[in-house]
Design a protein around this ligand. Sequence first.
Ligand SMILES: [Zn+2]
Length: 183
Amino acid sequence: MGHLGDAMAEAGIDTSSITMVALTHAHGDHINGLLTPDGRRAFNNLSKIVIGEDAVEGFLAEPNLAEFRPLLAPINGGDRLADHLLAVAIPGHAPGHMGYLLSTDEDEILFCGDLIHVPAEQFARPELTWAYDDDESMARASRIKLLQDAAHAHNWLAGAHLGRPGIGRVVEEGRGYAFIPAA
Ligand SMILES: [Zn+2]
């Protein structure tokens, strides 16, 4: 939403060091991060944009991003983007909605896109869905499964609508889950 550059600067990441961006889906509040608020390229050395095959159509429908079309590299769930980076299909929210699992020898973090929109409600009651999910029953099933997996594996979870800092761990609580944000 226009703050990606500031957030990366705060994290000490030089945007010109970024050569590949992996998109979770083609909704405007995500893909327009390829541009700065004043319409310049956010990553001036970008050479590849990874995107779920079924999300490509949505990307092509965004006229502001036409200059990026030659960089699109469609993928599917199960594809490996690098030694420690795996694409994970998370169906339901949008066509080609994709997560990315980054593994190290010590830990794992799943970038889960829009698996969760309302953290105050959907961790405790993962069955709750809403109209921004294209296929609500599929989105519900994905959320229930992934939260269960994340709680059991004690993985990190990073989501686009989790509120600051957007990264944390999931624990079982009552009949649902709770989110423990990274300190
Ligand atoms: Zn979305």
